[in-house]
Design a protein around this ligand. Structure first.
Ligand code: CP
Length: 359
């Protein structure tokens, strides 16, 4: 294909594990590429920039958006996606968990797949990472250490980089593509769910909002603190821009005057190692604790009282728990489906950048 766009091979051969491994300028480059790819997608233009390339998609967890957007991406880029479920191969495993002829060392899986294809994407958190917070991220790093092709993080227990990029694109689009988000209040808030969700989305979204220059507010009940080192990094980005960074414990107070609100569930980390006092996993106790905060739900009344901010959520949102049906179905300032669509465009951008080669 002649006249390749500037972004093909821009980060050739690099992994994409966390957005914070890249500079703020790099993130804006990805968003610029994603904008171009979205426009081409809507014009029906071909974007065959990764012809004949193969991406392996290893899912230790369920997915609608991530699985289908990545598979669609690689197809639309002219390549092929191969879905791998760990229970249908020798499960790729860390050294301490090896079982003869049932598992295979990640270091070997990564090197074998690197001989066949052009990228390896992985999702792992929660039960698949034994609810030891940080273990999923360690597993993805192990793949990256041994792979000679780019490794993409499709969500681990600490980070969900592609979700945050899709959200950044949705936020910028909603405002007509300003240079950055300076002067805009961006709230990442806890919302109740009966399930146990990882810290990856709130942490990655808070980091992304800070990288783009927004005033970042984190709202949660006691016990739902995000990780200290990640909050320190959020603070550093807000200091870079001269923006605000605040943690509050009241949803309405946080929402007041916000441009964007991103209310979603995450788990209280004190019930899980390495944060639990006895080093054990306490899933039932965590669920019981969460159930005290059912009033952390997003309603039309709440959004109207706050001045009608843009509503954001990565999906899947738990209707009747995190948010009411009304907000998801008729709130005119909901970005829920735009965020889901944008997964397609930001992932295509990163794949073209890391898996593409300039000839
Ligand atoms: N937001 C997100 O990652 O969705 P899935 O779990 O459906 O992939």
């Amino acid at each position: 294909m002649s006249d390749l766009p500037w972004y093909i091979g821009y980060f050739s051969g690099k992994h994409w594990l966390r957005n914070i491994d890249y500079s703020i300028e790099d993130i804006f480059k990805v968003l610029e590429a994603a904008k171009d790819l979205k426009e081409k997608f809507h014009r029906g233009e071909e974007t065959i920039y990764l012809k004949g390339k193969t991406l392996y998609l290893i899912f230790y967890n369920k997915s609608l958006r991530t699985r289908n957007s990545f598979q669609t991406d690689i197809y639309q880029l002219g390549g092929m996606g191969i879905y791998i479920s760990p229970d249908q191969v020798y499960a790729p495993t860390l050294p301490e968990d090896m079982i003869p002829y049932q598992t295979e060392a990640i270091r070997d899986v990564a090197r074998v797949l690197s001989r066949y294809g052009d990228g390896i994407a992985i999702r792992i958190y929660g039960d698949a990472a034994k609810w030891i917070i940080g273990r999923g991220h360690r597993i993805i790093n192990e793949f990256a250490k041994w792979s000679s092709v780019p490794v993409l993080n499709m969500e681990d227990d600490l980070y969900h980089p592609f979700q945050a990029l899709a959200d950044a694109q949705a936020a910028l689009e909603a405002l007509g593509w300003p240079k950055d988000l300076r002067g805009k209040k961006f709230v990442v808030s806890y919302a109740y769910s009966g399930g146990l969700k990882p810290l990856a989305v709130p942490q990655s979204v808070a980091l992304m909002a800070a990288m783009l220059g927004a005033d970042v507010y984190i709202a949660h009940p006691p016990g739902f603190e995000l990780m200290d080192d990640i909050m320190a990094q959020v603070k550093k980005y807000t200091e870079h821009w001269g923006s605000e960074f605040k943690i509050v414990h009241d949803m309405d107070e946080a929402f007041e005057g916000a441009t964007f609100v991103y209310p979603k569930a995450w788990s209280p980390k004190g019930f899980f190692p390495p944060f639990s006092s006895d080093g054990q996993v306490h899933k039932d106790e965590a669920k019981a604790y969460q159930s005290r905060f059912k009033d952390w739900i997003v309603t039309m009344e709440r959004l109207e009282k706050a001045g009608k901010p843009f509503y954001m959520h990565c999906g899947p949102a738990d209707r009747g728990q995190e948010v009411t049906d009304e907000v998801l179905d008729i709130y005119e300032r909901s970005l829920y489906f735009e965020e889901a669509e944008n997964r397609l465009h930001v992932q295509k951008a990163v794949m073209a950048m890391v898996m593409g080669k300039r000839s």
